[in-house]
Design a binder for this molecule. Structure first.
Ligand code: ADP
Length: 550
């Protein structure tokens, strides 16, 4: 027997309809790519997005066509998203931090018809335009006054002109909620980038889950600054969740440095923000250097890579800001877990709670999670056994776009995240490594991430990375790479002493190497693949000794 409730397809256009109807005057403030701060409202964004939908139809976009965006977080970018998704086309977010060759590969693989771009990216598009074979139009997210910058791209269209030229009379939605809405490629740390194709339904459900009080808990009275880019795993859903509750949005545009972010946090009265740890590190450094305050900020969500303890302590201790650590990936829309205390943890003394707040946390409703060994057998949730982390749920990938990578679910329908983790008795998951970065020493696993996070807490360290280096007896041993803060000098022993007692003896790095640069990948994470390449001729001093003895 079927239920007798209404069928109301879960399509994301309804989110902006809702924001317009009930929060129409709520502001969206942008630090524009052209420079000035610009203000608009949900009602205006709704109308302009509808006009842009008509413009897209006029340019020949049909349901299912892919339309790309290569853009910073701005109100225009939001208008482009809803314009595309509202008419059943697929919004493909391109990550401008990718190498041009990767970008071209992705655009061609997705067969993007149109690219919306910011002024910033015109040079790279002009240079590679000829290789983008499916692209019929490039729309520049600017006004006529700035279109000179697009001279190198013949036929480039101006966003503001299209808005003026088209009517706002456009029907949105009316299709199956399983219709594709968005496309985002993983950065391809192994093999070619693979596309994750979100549906309206998966985005809608993800929005509801992130609004949970134990997740992002946004409210109409919040002022939300997503530093995390819309091109990186959908700004963790904030371009949906903020309008869904009618929260004011503050969009940082191209400027993500500490001073610029701080200025917006203060001038717009931001209460909630979300970003990867490196962004927060920059903000905290700026605050320390300038004696700046955080007078309105209450909560930040940090994810994308593990949050160092020093950040959690600084936010809470120095500025009274609550940090929630979250984990997820492009393939999980992206939210997977968040480390919000349950009743038992909340009852612990603050110092004891920190241990849990630094874990990646527990699954909200909508995420099933398990640990397995390499053969797929389930492992215990005892907080110490490491295993492959696998997830399942209505906003987790089932298959990559165009079947790339083949069958990706196990026999129980779980997706292998490529992460290695533990799960404790409170259900708190902790990432110990990526499967390909874990250091295998004498048949046991060493977590590179855990050592990195401790090492970066050394007052002289700017950033630290740990990789495995070949060892004749142990297979691999950890090497710690450290980039020191400007003007600092240090000895290897200082770092080894700093780690002593914080990790098991056999986890202690066999060597400490001071480097000028630790490369970050396109999503702001330490690029271990590149580090391993740079270190390919490196020989561990302990490996040499072991060989001499043999
Ligand atoms: P990319 O592989 O392109 O960086 P994602 O942004 O989807 O793509 O990254 C997902 C991965 O980032 C996860 O599988 C995990 O390894 C890592 N990650 C995300 N959040 C955290 C976190 N809070 N702590 C540790 N690692 C994290």
């Amino acid at each position: 027997m079927l239920g007798l409730m209404q069928n109301w397809p879960l399509t994301v256009d309804k989110i902006l309809d809702h924001a317009k109807a009930w929060h129409g005057e709520t502001e969206i403030v942008t630090r524009s790519v052209e420079g000035p701060i610009v203000r608009t409202t949900y009602a205006q964004v709704h109308e302009r997005a509808k006009r842009m939908s008509n413009a897209l139809k006029g340019l020949g976009v049909k349901p299912g066509d892919r339309v790309a965006t290569l853009a910073w977080n701005t109100a225009r970018h939001i208008e482009a998203w809803y314009a595309i998704m509202g008419i059943g086309a697929v919004c493909h977010t391109l990550n401008p931090r990718l190498f041009p060759d990767q970008l071209c590969y992705i655009v061609n693989h997705a067969e993007d018809q149109i690219i919306f771009t910011d002024l910033t990216f015109l040079p790279v598009l002009a240079e590679h335009r000829a290789k983008l074979t499916s692209v019929k139009h490039i729309v520049v997210l600017t006004d006529e006054a700035h279109m000179d910058a697009a001279a190198a791209i013949p036929g480039a269209l101006c966003f503001e002109t299209l808005v003026v030229q088209n009517s706002a009379d456009c029907e949105w939605g009316g299709f199956d909620e399983n219709t594709a809405a968005g496309l985002c490629y993983t950065s391809g740390t192994t093999g070619n980038p693979k596309g994750v194709l979100y549906s309206h339904r998966s985005n809608f459900l993800h929005t509801l889950v992130t609004l949970n009080a134990d997740v992002m808990a946004l409210r109409a009275q919040d002022v939300v600054l997503p530093v995390v880019p819309m091109f990186h795993a959908n700004a963790w859903g904030i371009a949906f969740s903020a309008p869904a509750v009618g929260a004011k949005l503050v969009m940082p545009g191209p400027k993500l440095d500490g001073a610029s972010v701080h200025e917006l946090l203060e001038s717009e009265g931001v209460t909630f923000s979300a970003a990867v740890p490196t962004v927060w590190q920059m903000l905290l450094t700026h605050l320390r250097d300038t004696g700046g305050k955080l007078s309105t900020l209450k909560r930040v969500v940090i994810g994308g890579s593990a949050v160092p303890e020093s950040i959690v302590r600084a936010f809470k201790g120095d500025y009274g800001v609550e940090v929630t650590h979250a984990w997820g990936m492009t393939e999980t829309s992206p939210l997977g877990t968040q480390a919000t205390p349950n009743a038992a943890i909340a009852a612990m003394p603050a110092e004891e709670q920190i241990r849990y707040r630094l874990k990646q946390g527990r699954a909200p409703l909508g995420i099933e999670m398990k640990l397995t060994d390499d053969a797929g057998a389930r492992l215990p949730h005892d907080g110490t056994t490491f295993g492959r982390l696998k997830v399942k749920g209505p906003f987790v990938v089932r298959e990559y776009f165009k079947g790339e990578g083949g069958e990706i679910l196990d026999s129980e329908g779980f997706f292998d995240t490529g992460d290695v983790a533990t799960i404790d008795e409170h259900g708190f998951m902790q990432i110990t490594d990526r499967a390909k970065d874990v250091i295998k020493s004498g048949g046991e696993w060493i977590s590179s991430i855990e050592i990195e996070n401790l090492a970066v807490g050394h007052p002289k360290a700017a950033i630290a990375a740990v990789i495995g280096a070949a060892h004749p007896k142990w297979d691999e041993r950890p090497v710690l790479l450290v980039k020191l803060k400007d003007g600092e000098t240090a000895t290897k022993q200082e770092f080894l002493d700093f780690l002593e007692g914080k990790i098991a003896k056999w986890w202690t790095p066999d060597d400490v190497v001071f480097v000028d640069d630790i490369p970050l990948g396109a999503t702001g994470k330490i690029d271990k693949k590149l580090i391993r390449e740079r270190m390919k001729d490196y020989v561990l001093p302990t490996a040499e000794k072991a060989k001499e003895r043999a």
